[in-house]
Each structure stands twice: as C-alpha cells, then as structure tokens.
Design a protein around this ligand. Sequence first.
Ligand code: ADP
Ligand code: MG
Length: 200
Amino acid sequence: MLDADFFRRWMTATTASVDREAERLTALDSPIGDADHGSNLQRGFRAVAAALEKEAPQTPGAVLVLAGRQLISTVGGASGPLYGTLLRRTGKALGDASEVGEAQLTEALRAGVDAVMTLGGAAPGDKTMIDALVPAVEALGDGDFAAARAAAEEGALATTPMLARKGRASYLGERSIGHQDPGATSSSLLVAALAEADGE
Ligand code: ADP
Ligand code: MG
C-alpha cells in the first residue's frame, strides 16, 4: 500500500530531479519551443514542495490535488495547466483514502492522463508529454515502477523523429522533426521519481 508519505516523496523527488535537469529541459525547448520548459517546471515544482511543507496534506489524494493546484497557479506555459490537471485529476481519482493500492494508483493515473488528453487534445504520436505518459501507465500495472520508468524514457526518446501536432512545436511543422520533446522528457523525470519514491 502507498500512503501520503509515498506521494510526498514522489513530489520531492520530482522537484529535485527537475532542479537538476532544468537546463537540459530548457535546452530541449530551444529548437522547437521558447526555451522556458526547465524554468517553468522548476518554478512550479518548487512551489509544490513549499506548499506540501506548509500545508502537510494527510492523504495521497490531497497531496496530488494540492500539487496540481500549485502547478496550475504558478506555471505560465502550456505545461502548467497540463501537468496540474494530471496531478489534480489523479489525486481526485484516489479519493480520500489514507492508503491506496498500486493497481489503484495505475487506474487513477490513467484517469489523469485521459484528462490531459481531453484538455490539450493531444493523442499518442503527436510529440507531447502524452508519448511518455501513456506507455508509462500501461507498463505500471500492479506497481512495476521500474518498468514504468523504462517505458517513459523510451517514450520520450521515441518523440525525436515525430512531427509535432500540438503546442508551440507544431508551429514549426516539418522542422519539429529530429528533436526530442521537452514535455515528454520531463514526464519521464516525473515517472522516474515515482520509482525513486518506491525506493528503487
Ligand atoms: P510552452 O509551450 O507554453 O512554452 P512549456 O515549454 O512549459 O510550455 O511546455 C512545452 C511542452 O508541453 C511540450 O514539449 C509538450 O510536451 C507539452 N504540450 C504542449 N502542448 C500540449 C498539448 N496540447 N497536449 C499535451 N502536451 C502538450
Ligand atoms: Mg516553452
């Protein structure tokens, strides 16, 4: 079972990883975006970490709903509302239980990823965060965090040859081909942090 502490560790591990990788995320956002993805997420997840410390939410659902709300209110770019929706919707799906099972987390994440697709209109293959998140949820199953991490990393790498159909990168048309998507890359960090929270 996964308790509120597990979800706090997930968010803190994501904050640390985004801090470490911020320059790389921004560099990926330079050729096919506006070079702000690293700083956007750094601002957002630092706000998440501060809010979690201040408000100390006591259930898995409450941790993710609070984190999602922080991302929506502090990140100006497209990724803020999208990641915010992911975490908020996942948190809502977990309800107010004090502990949740691994399979329940997978179902909740699936609902979260579906909400991101509804909000942003992206499908797999459009060269977005969806290309890392969908395979990660599929691989997670009954709590295989390492498999989810590998699937997300593979999904992010697989965006390189894709033509962007959503977001800023889509304005470039064919010129978006040959660059790894920054949002798919940060999604793989988020999923890797889940494995880290699990102690891997
Ligand atoms: P902005 O594009 O506003 O500068 P960011 O640079 O923070 O925002 O985030 C860009 C990332 O957001 C992209 O790499 C992509 O993965 C993701 N993204 C953009 N639009 C969408 C969308 N409609 N659906 C899913 N993900 C999207
Ligand atoms: Mg950007």
